[in-house]
Design a protein around this ligand. Structure first.
Ligand code: SF4
Length: 177
């Protein structure tokens, strides 16, 4: 990968670290409500991620390959890195995987009200939400979008549009190349 594209991968890692730290803080803040534990994997799906995130994960997994994964299978569209309810690429997992279970705050489609998305196993009743006790999804999505926009301009091996996403399960094919 060329230098300039790598620079945006580094920006992504900085953002991901900031998000991981915030997620840890919010998990601690809501520890009495959080039912998330090893073995609960209902949030795990074959997510689509932006190219900067995808190629960052691919680089990391080439250095540190997952111990196991399920083979691609057109009948299933869940995440093939989930084995026995355990993530096989936990350290390299995507941003969406790092916010599983947290209360996510975002603006509605009309742009006139805040909405909250929260796992019903964790938050049966949660109406006292505000910017200090929720994950600001729009803010971080915007930051990620801008980093990705620069990344795709500079990435030379494949061309992507600003809204193109890549499935996590493609990692299985790319790890074999
Ligand atoms: S990468 Fe890991 S945490 Fe993310 S969906 Fe797959 S198994 Fe779940």
């Amino acid at each position: 990968m060329n230098e300039k594209a790598l620079q945006y991968i580094n920006d992504y890692i900085v953002l991901r670290t900031e998000i991981s730290e915030l997620s840890a803080k919010l998990s601690t803040l809501h520890k009495d409500k959080m039912a998330c534990k090893k073995g609960c994997s209902s949030c795990c799906m074959n997510f689509q991620v932006l190219p900067v995130e995808y190629f960052s994960m691919l680089n990391e997994l080439k250095e540190n390959p997952p111990k196991e994964f399920r083979e691609l299978d057109s009948d299933h569209d869940d995440c093939n890195f989930l084995i026995d309810d355990t993530c096989q690429m936990y350290e390299a997992r995507s941003i969406i995987c790092r916010t599983h279970g947290l209360p996510l705050l975002f603006m509605n489609q009309e742009g006139d009200a805040w909405e909250l998305s929260a796992c019903p196993l964790n938050f049966k009743k949660f109406d006292d939400f505000h910017t200090e006790n929720t994950y600001p999804q729009d803010t971080y999505n915007s930051k990620l979008f801008l980093i990705n926009r620069e990344f795709i301009k500079n990435y030379q091996d494949e061309k992507f549009g600003e809204f193109d996403m890549i499935s996590l399960n493609r990692l299985i094919e790319d790890l074999r190349k």
